[in-house]
Design a protein around this ligand. Structure first.
Ligand code: FA5
Length: 343
């Protein structure tokens, strides 16, 4: 009888050794240890044995069962390791391969210069105020001293959405909005953004362009403060060599008003097609805030004075990069755009 156990044990251990994967090992387990397996059928013979033989027989079957279980357990661990390693090998990622490169677009010169202008003024302690591209007539004109039928509206007459709403013609309505918001307290803001107006479309004019508005309100400001601020801006933007000039001008919302020109990059001031023979390119309008505008927007003119400016973003970019035609900003020609740095 015990030699039968030995034979079964030998066969079982041999089958376990020969199992090459977990499913083969499962089959071996079923053969010996399942409900219909060899070990259970050996145990079922117990009831037919003589009482004095039962103990030794039972022990023999249990030992056989234990040996098979242990061997199955050991082999199961080995085969599980083999399976895991095989899986890891199959799924191996070769991290030495070069990564995928994505073609990123260069920065658009409009945004390069808009950011650079902003940086210069942030460095002087200005903060950025947001404005609306769709603006009320009241803020775009009336609160800036251009009531209905004022002739100065003609210079910027624009794209109306309805009688009282238009695409803003300049960033100056931000002045009125900020003054209304901060009533009668000092202000030092810039506001970059897009503006739209009915205008010639030529080398230096577009019906859509960008401006950076600036507004400072404090006690005892003078034209000298404005001049020093713009002089510093121009030197930081173009370097000390390019010449600038202040030209007396007129805006209903500033008094006195000036226009600032920079010597033409194409001809160095001699006169060419780009500067229409003048040798200069206008980059911004500015002036001392008209006291009437301060008053209309809630400021005490006995206490406060202000200066303001509106810088043309494309004009500055044209001078900085030597761009001959403003229309290039809006033609999306990659040969033009690819010349600018990536970020
Ligand atoms: C204004 O728009 C005033 N709001 C500026 C201002 C602000 C004056 C605060 C006083 C105080 P002007 O129309 O001149 O002014 O435009 C300002 C700048 O925008 C110009 O100097 C020029 O650089 C740019 N610009 C004007 N029109 C065009 C155009 N059609 N295409 C491209 N740039 C333009």
């Amino acid at each position: 009888m015990y030699s039968e156990f030995e034979k079964i044990q030998k066969e079982a251990l041999n089958s376990i050794d020969l199992a090459l994967d977990l499913s083969m090992l499962d089959e071996v387990k079923n053969t010996y240890l399942s409900k219909k397996g060899i070990v259970v059928s050996l145990m079922s013979r117990l009831k037919d044995l003589a009482p004095e033989d039962k103990k030794a027989y039972g022990q023999g079957v249990n030992e056989l069962k234990k040996v098979i279980e242990d061997a199955l357990f050991d082999r199961q661990r080995v085969l599980a390791d083999v399976a895991l390693n095989q899986k890891l090998n199959e799924e191996k990622i070769d991290i030495s391969l070069p990564g995928k490169t994505f073609n990123t677009a260069p920065m658009h010169p409009f945004h390069l210069i808009k950011d650079e202008i902003s940086e210069i003024f942030l460095g002087m302690g200005y903060t950025i105020a947001e404005g609306n591209e769709i603006e009320e007539d009241y803020f775009n004109f009336t609160l800036l001293n251009m009531p209905e039928n004022h002739p100065a509206r003609d210079m910027q007459d624009s794209f109306y959405i309805n009688k009282n709403t238009l695409l803003r013609t300049h960033t100056s309505p931000v002045q009125a909005r900020e003054m209304q918001k901060h009533k009668n307290t000092p202000l030092k803001i810039i506001s970059p953004g897009k503006v739209y107006r009915r205008d010639d479309d030529d080398n230096t004019h577009s019906h859509q362009f960008g401006q950076v508005e600036g507004l400072v309100i404090a006690e005892s400001l003078s034209l000298g403060h404005l001049k020093a601020t713009l002089d510093l801006f121009v030197k930081k933007m173009f370097g000390p060599k390019r010449e600038i000039r202040f030209r007396a001008s007129y805006f209903p919302f500033t008094e006195p008003s000036v226009e600032v020109d920079v010597s033409c990059h194409e001809c160095n001031g001699k006169g060419c097609a780009t500067c229409k023979g003048t040798g200069w390119i206008e980059i911004l309008g500015a002036g001392m805030v008209n006291p009437h505008v301060l008053e209309m927007n809630g400021y005490d003119i006995q206490k406060f004075t202000g200066f303001a400016f509106g810088i043309g973003i494309e004009r500055v970019a044209m001078l900085r990069f030597g761009i001959d035609d403003i229309r290039r900003f809006y033609q999306n020609d990659v040969r033009f755009l690819d010349q600018f740095p990536k970020r």
